[in-house]
Ligand binder design. Structure first.
Ligand code: ZN
Length: 226
């Protein structure tokens, strides 16, 4: 039996590529997505298609209403920044930061992993072409992994040692796109935009749209979503 991996799947380029890496390493994929009240709920449709395309054994979409907490341009009545330069995007923590999002998501992931008997969680974070989110850094992931092994019955009883895999953490967006393309990821299925237009198209001006465009340009690959 192949080993099971819990893969956090958002519907974007990074998590789709991380899932493809896990598949290529022979893991059975158990994909986990959150409907957390995000402005760009369109990404959920992408996550479903990607899970299907990658042959995930299971795809769980959990409801979690972070709009009740708010505090982010993605979950509250705060405008999404538009037209920022790449240097601006990398400096400071933007208002699209969702308070403690990866900690919340990873907590669900370790719970599911324990039930599945899985020791491997994959997260498509990258710390190079990213938006400055504190919960995308390597030291954060290492600390969470230590905590996870203290937090679960399987960890304390020594039955399993959880590992949080972040195969993209040192890659640029362009390198992630190249890796994903090499692994057969269909990027036409992915969604990046934080603030879709009323008719459901990417806005082309939010940080995520800008990083996507830059990534495909630098990778020398046309973006199949356009
Ligand atoms: Zn956008």
């Amino acid at each position: 039996m192949s080993r099971r991996a819990v893969v956090l799947l958002s519907g974007g380029i990074d998590s789709a590529t991380a899932a493809a890496v896990a598949r290529a390493e022979g893991y059975e994929l158990h994909a986990l997505t959150f409907r957390y009240g995000q402005r760009h709920a369109r990404e959920l449709e992408s996550a479903k298609r990607i899970a299907g395309a990658l042959g995930a054994k299971q795809h769980l979409v959990l409801d979690l209403d972070l709009r009740q907490i708010g505090g982010s341009a993605l979950t509250d009545e705060i405008p999404v920044p538009k037209g920022r330069r790449v240097e601006e995007i990398g400096a400071g923590i933007p208002v699209t930061y969702v308070p403690a999002r990866n900690t919340i998501f990873l907590s669900y992931a370790i719970a599911w992993a324990e039930v599945l008997g899985s020791e491997d969680i994959l997260l498509g974070v990258n710390a190079i072409d990213y938006s400055g989110y504190p919960d995308c850094r390597r030291e954060y992931i290492a600390a969470f992994e230590r905590m996870a092994n203290l937090a679960t019955k399987a960890g304390v009883e020594g039955r399993s040692k959880l590992t949080i895999h972040t195969p993209l953490i040192h890659l640029t967006k362009a390198q992630i796109i190249q890796r994903g393309a090499a692994l057969g990821v269909d990027f036409a299925l992915t969604w990046s935009c934080y603030d879709p237009t009323p008719d459901g198209r990417p806005c082309g001006a939010c940080d995520s749209c800008i990083l996507r465009e830059k990534g495909f340009a630098e990778a020398g690959i046309p973006d199949p979503a356009f």
